[in-house]
Design a protein around this ligand. Structure first.
Ligand code: ATP
Ligand code: MG
Length: 275
């Protein structure tokens, strides 16, 4: 039996693949990556949902040109239904925000658990979670639920150090899914490879854990242009270098083993929380 059905009997089928986007350091491009990966996956014909889980400074709605009237906290408070909080955004991506405006982080473990339960009810074949910067308990709790954790870094040493801290915290919390590194804002593919390789070796040597290469996104001025236009660059400028990179990352994300999973960790873990 689908464990999710035990928890929410009236729910639509849950996402087959849940991907959390985290980084450690802020401003490395998580939201841009999450939004554009969602657009690329939708462009590949996958029913894709994106949830902005940055509960302090949510802004994926800005990049998508979307204006949800309510958020998932309204749903938890039973002020709104889940389908009222999910809007159809650019390119046909389903989109919801955990907490619109500066409403502060989730208060406690109970609210986090309820939010996770709610995320399991968001329909779609792929669910992308745009997490906040940092490695606090909220970010890690959400990331722990995902089949794939995409750790975004840039070639800056500070970003790499914080990405490692995020990976370490994740593994120390018992994460057993797939961790993949995406190097953003690189000048060349070789630069991305070098950063990824460095992180991979450190994880192997100090954590005895394997992490994978998710790909890279080149530094591209079209990204900022698209942000100003409140449209995903992958839709607005599909042939720019950042879009070509994002499409390759999306293809790799669903082309591997994770895409064929039928019993997502997300649901098993949610079920476990209530067992
Ligand atoms: N590949 C890229 N090329 C050029 N600029 C980029 C690229 N990726 C992101 N940026 C720029 O980097 C800035 C930060 O991006 P974004 O808001 O997506 O980061 P973030 O990690 O989500 O930030 P936060 O930690 O605050 O949530 C934006 O100004 C964006 O335009
Ligand atoms: Mg962000």
């Amino acid at each position: 039996m689908n464990p999710r059905l035990r928890i929410v009997p009236d729910a639509a089928p849950a996402a087959a693949l849940t991907v959390a986007v985290i980084s450690g350091k802020g401003g490395v491009g998580k939201t841009n990556i999450a939004v554009n990966l969602a657009a690329c996956l939708r462009g590949r014909g996958l029913d894709t949902a994106l949830v902005d889980l940055d509960m302090g400074l949510a802004n994926a709605d800005v990049l998508l040109g979307a204006a949800p009237e309510c958020d998932l906290r309204d749903v938890l408070a039973r002020r709104r239904a889940l389908d009222e909080a999910i809007v159809l955004a650019a390119g046909g991506v389903r989109f919801a925000t955990a907490a619109l405006g500066a409403t502060g982080p989730a208060a406690n473990a109970i609210e986090r658990a309820r939010m996770i339960e709610l995320l399991a009810r968001v329909p779609g074949e792929v669910l992308l979670l745009d997490c906040a910067a940092g490695i606090d308990v909220n970010v890690m709790a959400f990331a722990q639920q995902a089949d794939v954790v995409l750790v975004v870094t840039t070639p800056e040493p500070t970003a790499i150090t914080d990405a490692y801290a995020a990976v370490k915290t994740l593994f120390c919390g018992g994460y057993d899914g797939s961790v993949r590194v995406l190097v953003n804002m690189v000048e060349t593919r070789a630069e991305a490879r070098e950063v990824c390789e460095r992180l991979r070796k450190v994880c192997e040597n100090f954590l005895d854990k394997a992490i994978a290469d998710a790909g890279y996104v080149l530094h591209d001025t079209h990204v900022e242009l698209a942000v100003r236009q409140r449209r995903p660059f992958a839709i607005q400028y599909p042939r720019c270098s950042a879009s070509i990179c994002a499409a390759a990352v999306a293809a790799r994300l669903v082309g591997g083993r994770a895409a064929r999973r039928t019993a997502p960790n997300f649901l098993r873990r949610v079920a476990g929380m209530f067992a």
